[in-house]
Design a protein around this ligand. Sequence first.
Ligand SMILES: [Zn+2]
Length: 387
Amino acid sequence: MRKVWVWALVLGPLLLALAQALSTERMRADLEALLAQGPRVAGSEAAAAARAYLVQELRRAGYTVELHPFTYSRTRDQGSSLRVGGATFPVMGVAGSPAGRVEGPLVVVPGAGLAADFAGLDLRGAVAVVRRGGIPGLEKARLAAERGAVGLVLLTEEPSGTRFTFGGSSPIPGVTLGQAEGARLLEAGARAVLEVRFLSEEVQGRNVIARRGDAPPLVLVGAHYDSVPGSPGANDNASGTVTVLELARVLASHPIAERTWFVFFDGEEDGLWGSRRFVEEYPGLVQGLRAMLNLDMVGVDVNGRLGIGGSPELRALADCEAVAVLCGGAPGGGSDHVPFAQAGVPVLFFFRGLDPNYHRPTDTYADPALMAQTAQVVRGILERLLR
Ligand SMILES: [Zn+2]
């Protein structure tokens, strides 16, 4: 009896240590399993298959897994257009924009299109043209509408046809256009006819929640597992999904897992539906959170380091001196941490930058070594948070 006990003492921690090692091999297999389904568009069979895989792997790791269902209506672009002079530009309606046809003179918002750049502008009856970035597109739409604009064209660094969402309801029709084509707008003429054409459909989304024990969570670690139509979504966001899954595995028998929920959000690409509904439907739980950590696009090294954005008091828990991380390197961003931040929860956002394959059919690769490095950083923060 005693001998067995001694062996358990020796072997127990050893086995635990083995079980706790992050495995890039496992992460590679997870990535393959998710990508094999095709684009994981919310409500699709591919999303259901990806979800079944997550549920199976989380249960195997010892978690209680629950699905959090929610519905929302989604708009699909059905041929939005922007005509200036005799030319037609390849625009795409931004999710969250109202449908409709508007007409007016083109007015370019100067500079980077920050709040200050709108000051003093008269946009009455105009179709405003503004660069994307710096502040959320929805804020630009509101600023433009406040000054009388009837429509908005967001010029993006990404090529025309890239899908974007306002992450909320825009007061005026809004479209995106690649900067390359955007540069030719004013040459084409002074007056624009902008039409946003959307088809509406009901979507059933499901968040996947994994937890140990019954105590309410102090921390929530999340990543969205859905992707946009036409894109395999390897970096966006199988990378974050797999990283959170592997973290859940290696922490399964650690005390951290008793106070942490791992949540895989659905419907992010259509406007942060999964995280918004979670915040709405679990208000008490959300108020009790010490932190929400969100991982989105952590498998491609765009900026040379892992960007960490969010609440300064939480950023202080990250090892900001480490060469691999760039604290403050993930500004704002429209991902699932936003609804939590708006509810007053301290958040951290882990992000390696927008890669050239973002929302494209070529988003087929994420690097397990970078994902493992991300998991390591998140794990360190969890240890300090829950010490
Ligand atoms: Zn994403």
